[in-house]
Design a binder for this molecule. Structure first.
Ligand SMILES: [Zn+2]
Length: 395
């Protein structure tokens, strides 16, 4: 059909024609007015129009009949939907309310501002020497983890132990994939105890400082994990030292390892006690872990008594052990006494606060210990296997 006889499709046309007859009259008129010379005859036009009417399929959507048809169809579909429970209006309303809530929460979470210590809820008030820059409660894990990239009182604590944790994971992988002629499986097992302790301690600490502002329940749960992590690091540090220090003294080795396990278990149980994490018990916490760590003095003196202090191997093993002990004690003192913010309240809110110093000293102490036990392991290799006669006397 010629393009001249295409059906009118604008909305203005819709308004003018209320029926097919009207549109036929219009087309006939238009044909007479504008196409007198057109070769198409009136009869052909009638044929064309009747052809159009006979064409099967959807009527063009711009005609008034189409709108009515569509409306009728939509009503039928909705009716059927409601009747057959396919469209649950109650659920739709509930979903809309939920989506609005999620939206409002996301907007708030993205736009939270740090607050002053006195505006924190009681359960988040830990160190009153840190005045400004505290995170408000963030009731979603997503928001807590996003806060890693914002500046507040916990940013330094989070990153020190996150980076420390990644460093020890890397060191553990490097050590464990050494070929067996370089490091045998038994040594790998012994060192794994230390790596596991260090990774768990730093990992739990990172997690605690990240989600501590989530809610009171989550904060308490993760603070317990944080303390358990410290107990595991101390236990894990003892294992290689006792293993190499008492390499040929099997009975002592077993006794000391058992005592360390019992003390570690006791520290973990104490950590799980609800009141243990309260600010009032901060010195008690420092005391428990210091006592556990210092219990290493007993096997160390025993070692000196057996091997003597004045030889290179003893000095290497004990020198690093003493340095590690001093670093931990120093860290625990910073932690318990809250130095330097105690002397300059509000001046170390974001950087340089006692907890960050404590975190860094823990990492340095763990690295010192790793170096110490690596030296002990190398010395052991240079000494060769145990003297059976000597070992049997000790047993
Ligand atoms: Zn911490």
């Amino acid at each position: 059909m010629s393009s001249k006889f295409n059906r009118p499709s604008t909305s203005s046309m819709d308004e003018h024609f209320s029926s097919l007859e009207d549109s036929e009259i219009f087309l006939r008129k238009r044909y007479r007015d504008h196409s007198p010379d057109d070769s198409l005859e009136a009869g052909e036009l009638s044929d064309a129009l009747s052809d159009d009417e006979d064409v099967p399929g959807c009527p063009l959507p711009s005609t008034p009949e189409d709108n009515e048809l569509l409306e009728a169809e939509m009503t039928e579909v909705l009716k059927a939907g409601v009747l057959s429970d396919e469209i649950d209006l109650g659920a739709l309303a509930h979903n809309a309310a939920e989506q609005a809530e999620v939206f409002v929460r996301k907007v708030w979470e993205a736009s939270w501002k740090v607050v002053h210590f006195k505006h924190l809820p009681k359960w988040l008030q830990d160190n009153d020497y840190l005045h400004k820059g505290h995170r408000p409660p963030l009731q979603s894990f997503g928001a807590c983890f996003k806060s890693i990239f914002r500046l507040h009182t916990e940013t330094g604590n989070i990153w020190t132990h996150l980076l420390g944790c990644i460093m020890f994971i890397g060191a553990a992988i490097y050590f464990l994939i050494r070929p067996s002629w370089e490091v045998n499986w038994e040594e790998k097992m012994i060192f794994s105890a230390f790596f596991l302790g260090a990774i768990l301690c730093l990992g739990f600490s990172f997690a605690f400082h990240t989600v501590s502002c989530h809610s009171e329940v989550i904060g308490k749960l993760f603070s317990k994990l944080d303390y358990c992590g410290i107990a595991m690091l101390i236990m894990g540090s003892f294992v290689p030292w006792l293993y190499y220090g008492f390499y040929c003294h099997y009975r002592h080795k077993i006794i000391y390892l058992s005592v360390v396990t019992v003390l570690g278990f006791f520290s973990i149980v104490t950590s799980l006690w609800d009141k243990f994490s309260t600010p009032q018990l901060r010195p008690v916490r420092a005391g428990v872990f210091m006592a556990f760590g210092l219990s290493g003095v007993i096997p160390a003196f025993h070692y000196v008594y057996m091997e003597g202090w004045f030889n290179d191997i003893s000095r290497a093993s004990l020198g690093w052990l003493v340095l590690m002990g001093l670093l931990y004690i120093l860290g625990a003192m910073f932690y318990a006494l809250r130095i330097p913010e105690r002397w300059f309240p509000g001046k170390f809110d974001l950087w340089g606060q006692s907890h960050q110093i404590f975190h860094i000293l823990v990492i340095v102490a763990a690295l010192v210990h790793f170096h110490g036990i690596s030296e002990m392991a190398m010395n052991r290799v240079s000494l060769g296997e145990c003297d059976v006669r000597h070992a049997s006397i000790v047993l």
